[in-house]
Ligand binder design. Structure first.
Ligand SMILES: *Cc1c(COP(=O)(O)O)cnc(C)c1O
Length: 360
């Protein structure tokens, strides 16, 4: 058996130790005589798995007590609607920062519910930058301010947290959650589809401040109301039980590897090594402004795009897969989330150098 280094943006690679543990526990979880995916979500055993996962995530991210952690379904894309449905609270406008493909989708969905003030757009730079604080045209009466800390497709990441005064900050952290320590108390809502940096697809983690729960707009379906899930410990309906369990194994793996600050050091090193290899070559190019380069999704083009398919084929022969960039951007994208080991990045860097020697 040969595991490859999988640079997919999502669903993404999962730590091998987690997969091995899931395999060990597959047929008989902890003497229960059954797999986790066969358990009642209301049984004692599953409830303990769910509670442990939440406790570990709270510890890892130092989530304050006045925040609920919800384990939902529907992906980050459902949050594009749930955020306005729950957070408008009698207001009819919200601020959005437009930095690329994912914030574009969030904005389109929000427009179904309220007036969207685009507080800043980086379209003029072809979304290769992030706006500075002074470039933000914030509305102090906005119900909330939404932004995308890491735009997964172009590989653009905010180097700072915008300041919004009393307006709650909502962050789509799908591709950057758990990559480095953050101060959760500065946010109103943090949400993330699990399939990038948490676990398998099908689970969505939402961290929401208590005072933002319980004021959904008229007509909000029960399943789209944060209160429904907060009041029922995310078990109003059958949750994504196996995904929640696997997320718990990932949290446990993070804890045993020194937590998020240890992970952040490794992530910073991995990204720095890859960007420096790109910048140091005359063959590869990353167009993102330096301060806004993502730690998680590193995009690059080859000097001659005719070589793209050769690059991908040869990379695959070397056990380096899913490097093709998003169709809207082209070129390559290496997603290097927590679960991508440093050796995987180093192996990619060596391959790139060797490819350049032969084709550059
Ligand atoms: C992947 C991604 C999404 C979409 O997530 P789904 O779970 O597929 O709905 C949204 N936002 C960002 C930043 C993403 O990376």
């Amino acid at each position: 058996m040969a595991r490859v280094y999988n640079f997919s943006a999502g669903p993404a690679t999962i730590p091998q130790a987690v997969l091995e543990r899931a395999r060990e526990e597959m047929l008989d979880w902890n003497g229960s005589g059954m797999s986790v995916m066969e358990m009642s979500h209301r049984g004692k055993e599953y409830m303990s798995i769910a509670a442990q996962a939440e406790a570990d995530l709270r510890e890892l991210m130092a989530i304050p007590d006045n925040y609920k952690v919800l384990f939902l379904q529907g992906g980050a894309s459902s949050q594009f609607a749930m955020v306005p449905m729950n957070l408008l609270r009698g207001k009819n406008k919200a601020d959005y920062i437009y930095t690329g493909a994912w914030s574009k989708k969030a904005i389109a969905e929000a427009k179904r519910y309220c007036d969207v003030n685009v507080a800043a757009s980086t379209e003029a730079s072809n979304f290769m930058t992030t706006p500075t604080q002074s470039e933000l045209n914030l509305d102090k009466d906005a119900a909330y301010m939404h932004f995308t800390p890491n735009e997964t497709i172009a590989g653009v990441e905010f180097p700072y947290l915008p300041e919004t005064g009393d307006v709650p900050i909502v962050a789509d952290m799908s591709s950057t959650i758990l990559s480095r320590p953050i101060d959760v108390s500065k946010y109103g809502v943090i949400y993330a589809g699990a399939q990038k940096n948490i676990g398998p697809a099908g689970l969505t983690v939402v961290i929401v401040r208590d005072d933002l729960i319980g004021n959904s707009i008229d007509g909000t379906p029960a399943m789209f109301d944060y209160k429904t899930h907060a009041d029922n410990d995310s078990m109003y309906n059958t949750p994504a039980t196996y995904g929640w369990y696997l997320a718990g194994l990932v949290f446990d793996w993070l804890k045993s590897n020194g937590g998020i600050s240890a992970m952040a050091e490794i992530n910073e090193r991995k990204a720095a090594a890859l960007y420096s290899a790109i910048d140091g070559s005359g063959f590869y190019n990353n167009p993102v402004e330096e301060k806004s380069r993502s730690w998680m999704n590193v995009t690059f083009t080859l000097a001659d795009s005719e070589l793209d398919s050769v690059f991908l084929a040869e990379a695959k022969e070397n056990g380096l897969v899913t490097l093709k960039g998003h169709r809207s951007v082209g070129g390559m994208r290496a997603s290097i989330y927590n679960a991508m080991p440093e050796e995987g990045v180093n192996s990619l860097i060596s391959f790139m150098a060797e490819f350049e020697k032969r084709h550059g």
